[in-house]
Design a protein around this ligand. Structure first.
Ligand code: NOJ
Ligand code: CA
Length: 686
């Protein structure tokens, strides 16, 4: 490490790793500027860095060099679970020390083979102690008008469908207005988009912008200046319009720019995980990724209800709620799912609507909604728990907060003690509704801290966490490996209660939302039409594509979301869901193009079995797959689940065929995926 001091305003410092080059300078006004090039070509033109602070409204200029430190790292670390067992962390680092009068700010740049991460650091210092971030002024000045895959920059939701347009054409207004299927929408800037933002240049360069290690800070959305093609950070505000309350020493989340001329490398990038802290959870042997089924899709599709009664004031002469006769979370029905899970070696059963409060849980912005410990009268906890235990199945707790985070914070210990008492090893949380504290947003600093507090609390009670409607993930699953999954995007459930997800949706998600971490997408719907009480609803995929999603959309917690009877009607296809693991030794992204197709193959953790998933958008596609990833000289039984003759997502989604074949690493398969279709293959070593 070298330390050098200079006060030269013309000075430029660069860091390079293979094709990626980062340069940093101060302009004549002392404004920090950086640039990024890939393969000698500019990707980000001169872009500003800095802040508007309560203590200094122009903490983006007037800086002087104080020094530069350089370091590098090349190491390998082991994951607790994930897409690969080992991850290489290899970067060149440059820390730029800046001063403005007596105030100090450092910027740490890490340059990897596949991009750049940088963060701001406010060292401990006498003239900047407690302060407020009014704006962050980080820019990403793009060198071209790229094709962009975006959702609106909404303070409260990530559940929009994706739009593909040029950067210069971004405008979210119409989409936000018509998205009445999303419970809470607050998107005041029609030119703001959410991250991870995926772009592709005309020359075929793939650019992904996101953030890593979002802790104690609001989420960064991006405001698009359509004329200059500059994106600038737009932090989600708090109830009084401030962005963040900081106390030096403080390090901001990392801003990430992932780059490659291959789309497959974007999906394979581990930069965001590498920029997160190692596990803070001491002892992780209680963390067990698993598949699960749930008393859930039947509610989403209107066949049963979360609530026990239809109205909160529908009480009988004894003061108790009058049952509506359609309550899904009843003892007999829960046992039916436990039976199904046990029979099919599915680890968990989620039960929603088990606790009181669902009669008026949503839409009233009321603070005290659920107590997280009181079951409905027809949910016999003792008998259900004993039954599950006898069958070796774990029940998954459901804690819907309806956005009332204050209520949850007050009851969290009680809720987790309850889980501990009854042996629940995982919890699905939910934040449907306007946030309480009132005026806060799902993606603001207060809620960002709340989600982390829940993950920490869960770890203390040895509970695994799956958060629905939280801020989108930023790789914190490395630091909190019990935080298995999040929703934070438009899940499969939209096919149940809205017009659904376009066939291209799942080909975009891995390039956007999943860059930050696993998604509880809830795949595995087999009955793709006629499942809803609302006529015309359908899932926009074939059945085989639902199978392929278990490979292409990674999650250590994977739901088999359909009803037991729909799986029993297709036991041969369900075999793939029974077999597919949730933890992997290795992953290879074989082919990918955002918005069009993805083919991924993964090797089961600790075993010599491989699983392949391939999906396409609304276009059919023939894929040629050399099986060179298999061990040389070994024979494998391949079970090939493919779209049936005449299958397509719209008219004939449930047609499939299954073929068994002995293959080895010299085999090449050529298989057609239907419109909106997929392909799933298991390779079992002999
Ligand atoms: C939204 C979640 O995404 C969904 O899975 C859940 O069933 C409902 N909220 C109710 O909590
Ligand atoms: Ca497409």
């Amino acid at each position: 490490m070298s330390l050098c001091y200079a006060a030269d305003a013309q000075r430029t410092e660069t860091v390079e790793m293979k094709k990626v080059r980062l340069s940093f300078t101060l302009d004549r006004e002392g404004a920090p500027l950086y640039e990024i090039a890939f393969n000698g070509k500019p990707v980000l033109l001169s872009s500003h860095l800095g802040f508007v602070l309560s203590e200094d409204s122009s903490f983006y200029k007037g800086f002087q060099w104080k020094g530069v430190e350089r370091a590098s790292l090349d190491t390998v670390w082991e994951t607790v679970w994930g897409e690969t067992r080992r991850i290489r962390d290899h970067y060149q680092e440059m820390v730029v020390h800046l001063e403005k009068g007596r105030r100090l700010m450092d910027i740490i740049f890490r340059v990897f083979e596949d991009g750049v991460g940088f963060r701001y650091v406010f060292p401990r210092q006498p003239d900047l102690k407690y302060f407020i971030v009014r704006e962050e002024r980080t820019e990403f000045h793009l060198a071209g008008d790229h094709k962009t895959f975006w959702i609106p920059g909404d303070y409260d939701t990530n559940e929009y469908p994706y739009t593909t347009s040029k950067l210069s054409e971004i405008n979210n207004k119409e989409l936000v207005e018509k998205s009445t299927d999303i419970a809470v929408r607050v998107a005041p800037d029609e030119y703001a988009v959410q991250t991870p933002l995926m772009m592709k240049s005309a020359e075929g360069l793939y650019i992904n912008i996101h953030e890593a290690a979002l802790v104690d800070y609001p989420a960064m959305q991006l405001h698009v200046d359509r004329a200059s093609l500059t994106l600038s950070s737009s932090l989600v505000p708090d109830a009084v319009g401030n962005k963040a309350y900081l106390h030096a020493a403080f390090s901001s989340p990392w801003r990430t720019v992932i780059l490659s001329d291959k789309a497959t490398d974007i999906l394979a990038s581990k930069m965001i995980l590498n920029l997160n802290e190692p596990s803070k959870v001491a002892g992780t042997d209680w963390i067990h990724p698993m598949k699960f089924v749930g008393v859930w899709w039947e509610m989403q599709t209107g066949r049963s209800t979360w609530s026990y009664s239809d109205f909160p004031d529908s009480v009988g002469s004894n003061g108790g709620l009058i049952p509506n006769g359609r309550h899904g979370g009843n003892t007999a029905n829960v046992k039916r799912y436990i039976d199904f899970a046990a029979k099919n070696h599915i680890g968990g059963v989620l039960v929603e609507g088990w606790n009181t409060g669902w009669e008026d849980w949503f839409g009233n912005w009321k603070e005290n909604v659920f107590d997280f410990v009181t079951p409905y009268p027809d949910f016999d906890t003792r008998s259900i728990i004993d039954y599950a235990e006898a069958k070796g199945v774990h029940l998954i707790m459901h804690n819907e907060t309806s956005g009332s985070a204050t209520n949850y914070e007050r009851q969290m210990d009680t809720a987790f003690r309850y889980m501990q008492r009854w042996g629940y090893t995982s919890v699905k949380t939910g934040y449907v509704g306007r946030i309480i504290p009132r005026g806060e947003h799902h993606d603001g600093q207060w809620m960002v801290n709340h989600y982390v507090r829940v993950a920490e609390k869960a770890a203390r009670y040895h509970v695994m966490l799956d958060a629905h409607e939280p801020v989108r993930p930023t790789g914190l699953q490395r630091t909190y490996p019990n935080w298995l999954a999040c929703e934070a995007a438009r899940g499969n459930e939209y096919n149940a209660f809205s017009n659904g997800n376009a066939p291209e949706h799942e080909t975009i998600l891995p390039f956007t939302r999943l860059m930050g971490g696993p998604m509880d997408y809830t795949p595995g719907i087999f009955r793709l039409k006629g499942y809803s009480t609302v006529p015309g609803r359908q899932v926009h995929t074939t059945l085989v594509k639902q199978l392929a999603l278990y490979v292409t959309l990674y999650s250590p917690l994977q739901m088999a979301a359909d009803l037991p009877e729909n799986y029993e009607a297709h036991a041969d296809a369900f075999q793939f869901i029974r077999d597919v693991p949730v933890e992997w030794d290795t992953t290879r992204i074989l082919e990918a193009e955002p918005g069009d197709y993805i083919t991924i193959v993964r090797k089961e953790k600790g075993k010599n079995n491989w699983y392949l998933g391939a999906i396409t958008d609304e276009h059919s596609r023939t894929t040629t797959l050399p099986l060179g990833f298999l061990d040389k000289g070994k024979k494998y039984q391949a079970t090939i689940y493919k779209d049936g003759a005449g299958a397509d997502w719209k008219n004939n989604p449930e047609a499939y065929s299954i073929e068994k074949k002995v293959v080895d690493s010299d085999t090449q398969l050529t298989i057609r995926l239907a419109e909106g279709g997929g392909l799933a293959i298991s390779f079992t070593a002999f």
